[in-house]
Design a protein around this ligand. Sequence first.
Ligand SMILES: *Cc1c(COP(=O)(O)O)cnc(C)c1O
Length: 399
Amino acid sequence: MNTAEIIEAGDRWVMKTYGRIPLALVRGRGARIWDADGREYLDFVGGLAVNSLGHCHPAVVRAIAEQAEKLIHVSNLYYIEPQVKLAAQLARNTCGDRVFFCNSGAEANEAAIKLARKYARVNGNLDRYEIITALKSFHGRTLATITATGQAKYQQGFEPLPAGFRYVPFNDPEALREAVGPNTCAVMLEPVQGEGGVNVAEPAYLLEARKLCSEKGILLIFDEVQCGLGRTGKFMAYQHYGVEPDIFTLAKALGGGFPIGAMVAREEVAAAFAPGDHASTFGGNPLACAAGLAVVDQLINHGVVENAARVGAYFMEKLLEMKGRHPVIREVRGKGLMLGMELAADGREVVAFCQQRGLLINCVNNNVLRFLPPLIITGADVDRAAGILEEALKSCPGG
Ligand SMILES: *Cc1c(COP(=O)(O)O)cnc(C)c1O
């Protein structure tokens, strides 16, 4: 099918939950991707922080192909070799001890919400159920996770929302302290907010959140679905802060494009779940975990996290230089290869211009350009992207 045919069929048959860009991508390799008409693009969207190893990384392709020949799925009634190996890898490289596997970020956060409530319950705190989250956060699209999400636009039209969530401004330690009450069982935060505009937590904020939770005997949950797994230049974003959560969640990059999510907890917290308390049919199946093992191996043992730190710092430097030349740029922020550029103009025009010139980028909140390229990109890729972006900014009103 060519681009026009794919778009026509998509508009006719697929539910209209996405405001789609009229582009059909059919093939990828590394940081390059091609549309159905054969046009090549440099991909700085990266499946929205999913394709951290680039497209069709040979190690991931091999792991999936080999596992598919052996065993694709088996019930969680039985022990699963790739699952136990991936759980061990995640526990050994983080502050977590035990892992629950699911299929997406929203499901990982649902599992975290359930575990936090159950943990309070089994420890005799029968009236602790409330979870405090941040404004501008994003935690997923299920009913509980849109409620956890501190943005009204994701909630409107889906009321009544589940009870037990409360919001505080991000990076405001006093507001957080004031919000914790007798019903609070946990605080859930993204160390770097993604969908909310690439907002980086202040070190003092996460330190204070940790102190507060320990003091009150409530749980600190980090949603690392977007910022985890090397994205910020460390394996986990919380490692920049010297602050360890009781529970953290992963998804996006974990399977290299294959769907998988994980909720990871400290031993004492994980112990609140008994057999039968939570489950997922596909969660942690052999194929997904084989993909996850290949991804984690590349991240940790093949220098991918270090590359994200190095190339991310270089890209940040380039963006800051651009800020000096273009008054339309309000702020450049982020960590590693999770970077944002806030504009005093509509960012969607910049996105369209870049696409015309062969560069895919994303825009959140209509005015924050978000860059989530594969973590395997080179300085030359950054130079090329920065060149196109600069041209786009020149063409911007007030650029
Ligand atoms: C994308 C995202 C989610 C939701 O993940 P899905 O796989 O789409 O359910 C949750 N939290 C954060 C921080 C995310 O970026």
